[in-house]
Design a protein around this ligand. Structure first.
Ligand code: G
Ligand code: G
Ligand code: NA
Ligand code: MN
Length: 254
């Protein structure tokens, strides 16, 4: 309860940070981008996980302001980092609430990108299946408008939500992220291997690219790479890193 009240104050006083988890092109091993992951350094409680505070921010509506802060911070970092790596893109997690904000919050993003001199394709929006359940027109209109500006859309935690494959046709989606629960036991679980192969084949047939999450073992990376998975993310490569550490990684892996 208390935490919810602290959130607004935390945003005002700069207690949030973004960490960046590298996303690699599996065939080359090069860093293609990063996922921005929010962290809260609470003055009394230390680091608090987004799994704990994002739901509170959604309940209070503060997620809209917090999301704007995240996006502004991502633009600032992109401007800096694309000098090191011109093709770098950053994935930003967005909550369904941000699609239904009164001020059409997400539709301001293209202008913000332009102000920073950034092309639309420097940003990927990470959405989850639950967004695609309701209010389909309002969501698909906004997704189309954002994609019109080059912003790409990634479907996170694919296969774990209330999936209906029909939305892959209805909504414009660029990437599927295979959830880590399908990756974790690849070496022992034949059905996970079958599911990953099927997801990759389906995505490619629909002209989408695939990102595998939660890659912890070289054997998983190798298997996914052979199976044709395009990108990967996981502790094998790096955890979510503070900005300075991610930048150092970019520099040393030119
Ligand atoms: O980094 P970690 O795995 O602890 O993240 C936990 C959850 O919090 C993930 O589901 C992630 O998508 C979500 N999350 C992290 N950063 C953000 C953010 O900036 N906005 C939203 N809406 N969710 C985030
Ligand atoms: O919901 P979302 O997919 O955005 O959440 C990503 C979460 O997964 C983050 O909290 C991140 O720290 C975590 N994560 C990223 N890579 C790995 C990994 O290789 N193993 C495990 N166990 N968690 C990971
Ligand atoms: Na995500
Ligand atoms: Mn995910």
């Amino acid at each position: 309860v208390r935490l919810g009240k602290d959130l607004r104050q935390a945003l005002a006083s700069g207690q949030f940070r973004l960490h960046y988890q590298p996303i690699l092109a599996l065939h080359s091993g090069r860093i293609a981008g990063a996922e921005a992951l929010l962290r809260w350094q609470h003055p009394q409680r230390g680091w608090i996980s987004p799994a704990e505070f994002i739901p509170l921010a959604e309940d209070s509506g503060l997620i809209v302001e917090l999301g704007s802060w995240v996006f502004a911070e991502v633009c600032r970092q992109l401007q800096q980092w694309r000098q090191l790596r011109p093709q770098l893109h950053i994935s930003v997690n967005v909550s369904p609430i941000q699609f239904f904000a009164d001020n059409a919050n997400l539709l301001q993003w293209p202008a913000l990108l332009a102000e920073h001199g950034l092309p639309g394709d420097s940003v990927v929006l990470e959405i989850t299946e639950r967004l695609l359940l309701d209010n389909r027109d309002q969501v698909s209109t906004q997704l189309h408008a954002l994609r019109q500006c080059g912003i790409r859309v990634s479907l996170d935690d694919f296969g774990t939500g209330y999936s209906s494959l029909s939305y892959l046709k209805k909504f414009a989606i660029d990437y599927l992220k295979i959830d880590q629960s399908f990756v974790r036991h690849l070496e022992t679980d034949g059905s996970d291997r079958a599911l990953c192969e099927a997801i990759i084949a389906m995505a490619h047939r629909l002209d989408m690219r695939v990102v595998a999450e939660g890659i912890e073992l070289a054997a998983h990376r190798d298997w996914l790479c052979t199976a044709g998975c395009d990108f990967g993310q996981g502790f094998l490569f790096a955890r979510a890193l503070p900005a300075a550490e991610f930048e150092a990684l970019l520099q040393q892996s030119q």
